[in-house]
Write a protein that binds this ligand. Structure first.
Ligand code: ADP
Ligand code: MG
Length: 314
């Protein structure tokens, strides 16, 4: 029997805990706990690719650059994204490598700095929605906008910030390499949704200030690599209807049609659960017979045994 091929999308709580400092030491400590689950999933004979979030990490890299801007050159957002992929991947490689050895599972772990092609005509660019970096005064914001072309918006009375678009992932540039590695190696890829790049007419790639949703990137990857399962690991054990209301109702499984109906009814918050449902629906729609699972990291093993989690199928 061929092993089950799983794309794992790790949410923010797999890397950092709310309220704890986003220091390197703290992150490594949390990741040492996270990889216990991933190593066990691997030990059971599954093939894995790991996609992770990078919101707080890339936010802090951007901030550090802005604050130190008088002393060192400010790095553009695509470069900050690459940096975050590097150090998060490094921590997962180190911790997961150790956890696998302890389980006597001889599988190498490697991080791929991953570029993801987006369309410069994606409607998301007409309506940038993701605030990043420092808060500025109106006058500073105007100067930054003039100098860099960033769109600036007023963020909830706290000042002006850069906003970037969140376009759809179209193609993973390093895909053929991932495909080669997948049978023998656990690959950490498309971290933070991947580094957004646009393809010029002559085929060259150019980094662009944008943020790709990591769950949508994981969905793209699972489709392209022909995974059997897309598994999105977050803070909740199950997706719910009427979330956080007295009549909350957890969902065990839903079809694409049901998921689409619930999306229309507004059950899933934009920016958190909605992109996960969109990612799951995209994957199972294009891959009839396959399933997407949304659950918590801590329930990941039980969810693979069909004991918990929310399953989305076509
Ligand atoms: P991640 O870092 O894993 O992407 P997010 O905070 O972006 O985490 O998304 C997960 C969160 O979505 C949950 O912790 C929950 O608070 C929220 N959420 C919004 N709508 C729902 C819903 N209908 N069912 C369950 N969780 C929901
Ligand atoms: Mg999220």
């Amino acid at each position: 029997m061929r092993p089950t091929r799983i794309v794992l999308a790790l949410g923010g709580n797999a890397l950092l805990r709310k309220g704890s400092p986003a220091s390197a030491e703290e992150q490594l400590k949390i990741i040492y706990q996270t990889v216990q689950y991933i190593a066990e999933i691997s030990r059971r004979g599954n093939e894995l690719a790991i996609v992770h979030g990078n919101g707080p990490q890339v936010g802090n890299i951007v901030l550090a650059g802005e604050i130190a801007g008088e002393t060192v050159p400010v790095m553009p957002l695509d470069v900050c994204g690459a940096m975050s992929q590097g150090y998060i991947g490094y921590h997962i490689q180190q911790a997961l490598g150790y956890a696998l050895i302890q389980k006597n599972r001889r599988v190498p772990v490697v991080t791929i700095v991953t570029q993801v092609i987006v369309d410069e005509n994606d409607p998301a660019f007409d309506n940038p929605s993701k605030p990043i970096g420092l808060f500025y005064s109106k006058q500073e914001a105007d100067e930054i906008s003039k100098a860099t072309g960033y769109k600036m918006v007023e963020d909830a009375g706290r000042g002006w910030r850069k906003v970037v678009a969140s376009p759809m992932p179209k193609r993973i540039v390093e895909f053929s390499c991932l495909k080669e590695l997948w049978d023998t190696t656990i690959v950490i890829t498309a971290g933070g949704g991947g580094i957004p790049v646009v393809e010029e007419e002559d085929g060259t790639l150019r980094g662009i200030a944008a943020v790709i949703d990591k769950d949508l990137a994981a969905s793209r990857l699972a489709n392209d690599i022909e995974a059997d399962v897309l598994m999105i690991l977050t803070e909740v054990d199950k997706v719910a209807l009427n979330y956080n209301k007295p009549n909350q109702q957890d969902i065990d499984h839903m079809t694409v049609q049901e998921a689409e109906k619930y999306m229309e009814e507004g059950h899933f918050a934009p920016g958190s659960m909605l992109p996960k449902i969109q990612a799951a629906v995209m994957y199972v729609k294009d891959n009839p017979g396959k399933k997407a699972i949304i659950t918590s990291l801590f329930k990941s093993i039980e969810a693979l045994e069909n004991k918990t989690g929310t399953v989305i199928y076509s």
